[in-house]
Design a protein around this ligand. Structure first.
Ligand SMILES: Cc1ncc(COP(=O)(O)O)c(C=O)c1O
Length: 385
């Protein structure tokens, strides 16, 4: 990480939990990541941005082709209202509990804008998905990073609890990107109920972008809790499981007062009708398809995780469509070696950039090819540690 990146954000003191939060390279942007495939052709296997390797669900594409274009000359408000109602129905809540966003990114920014101030800042694990931290930094609001538990790279809930008191917003990324680990529903509820008493003005944003890929027993959504609790909001996305990352649509679910506060800052006017018609189709996809997609991802993930573990490179307990693996060498070294052979993996994730890499789960066929490249990259002695 360069010095200029380091200087982006300084945390406020929380004893030993205080750390730097790093700048984010947007998922999917090679140039923002500083990874430019300058040598030779573009990578043939892209495992860098946690996208669905099978692409967009076919019903979504069909709906965009057939239903969205006739509506393209209209502003999106009526269609947004329809999709809001469909999301509400799917999750057993009321439309007043739902706010759509241009990707969940918009909702992460909205929460940061609405719930942090110059004195009540943002708290997040470090590393975690950086959108909120980047936005808080832009606004000049304080940011506190809380180290992960070294043993399993899960969020350290005791340290997080301590750091969260007095915060405006806690970004609770579950499962957590980039480390792929998740916290159980019961542990999350304990953290939330303790915090609600200890810190009466703090809101918690539970990011469930990878919810569909979580397979560990006890992993749960916080949607039912958020609907009743004005200080908990859940963010979800269509980008991952439904392969709609480039289409840009997500949603937040929360208490009606919280959703109203968020909507007052930024409403649905930025969401295009293509995305809305696509989301309608995604919401109609049977749950059995989602289960099959979860299994497909899990099979390719387990195959790759085992491949690394068998060779002494430990992955975390991934509950997502990506893996975080200790390859015992700088990420850049491993990434550059892979890129030379056409496989693009994730960028650096400080403070783990000297040892760990993030690899998105591709199709089984892609992962079977990719491990041959990984084998080659790992067969070269590590140059720097
Ligand atoms: C944890 C997490 N939250 C939110 C997002 C943003 O997703 P989108 O804006 O595509 O919905 C991402 C993207 O990768 C993510 O990893």
């Amino acid at each position: 990480m360069s010095l200029s990146r380091r200087s982006f954000v300084q945390t406020v003191g929380v004893g030993t939990a205080g750390l730097w939060i790093t700048s984010r390279g947007r998922e999917g942007s090679l140039f923002a990541q500083g990874i430019q495939p300058v040598q030779g052709p573009a990578p043939s296997i892209i495992l860098s941005s946690n996208e669905n390797p099978l692409g967009t669900h076919k019903d979504v594409l069909a709906a965009i082709r057939t239903s969205a274009f006739p509506e393209a000359g209209r502003y999106p408000f009526a269609t947004a209202a329809e999709v809001t109602a469909l999301v509400a129905k799917k999750h057993g809540v009321k439309p007043e509990n739902v706010l759509l966003g241009c990707g969940s990114t918009q909702l992460l920014r909205t929460c940061t804008h609405v719930f942090t101030t110059k004195t009540a800042g943002l708290v997040a694990a470090i590393p975690a998905y950086e959108e909120c931290a980047d936005y808080a930094r832009l606004m000049g609001h304080p940011i506190t990073g809380v180290k992960l538990r070294p043993s399993d790279l899960k969020m350290d809930l005791d340290a997080l609890q301590q750091a969260s008191k007095g915060a405006g917003l806690v970004f609770y990324c579950n499962p957590n990107n980039p480390v792929a680990t998740a916290i159980s529903g019961s542990d999350t509820r304990t953290y939330l109920s303790t915090l609600m008493k200890a810190s009466p003005s703090t809101t918690v944003l539970v990011d469930e972008a990878y919810f569909e890929y979580g397979t560990m027993p006890g992993y749960e959504t916080m949607i039912p809790l958020a609907v009743d609790n004005p200080r908990v909001v859940v963010a979800r996305t269509f980008s991952k499981c439904f392969g709609m990352a480039g289409i840009r649509i997500g949603f937040a679910i929360g208490h009606k007062d919280t959703i109203a506060k968020m909507a007052a800052w930024d409403g649905v006017g930025d969401i295009n009708v293509m995305a809305l018609e696509g989301a309608k189709a995604a919401l109609a996809v049977p749950d059995a398809w989602v289960t099959a997609e979860q299994k497909r991802n899990e099979a390719a993930r387990s195959f790759t995780q085992k491949w690394f573990a068998d060779r002494g490179y430990t992955p975390t307990d991934s509950q997502t469509n990506f893996m975080f693996i200790n390859v015992k060498r700088p990420a850049r070294e491993f990434r550059d070696a892979c890129l030379k052979e056409g496989v693009l993996i994730g960028r650096d994730f400080p403070p783990y950039e000297k040892t760990h890499v993030r690899i998105s789960v591709g199709s089984m066929e892609e992962m079977q090819k990719a491990v041959q490249v990984f084998e080659h990259a790992l067969s070269q002695p590590a140059k720097a540690a």
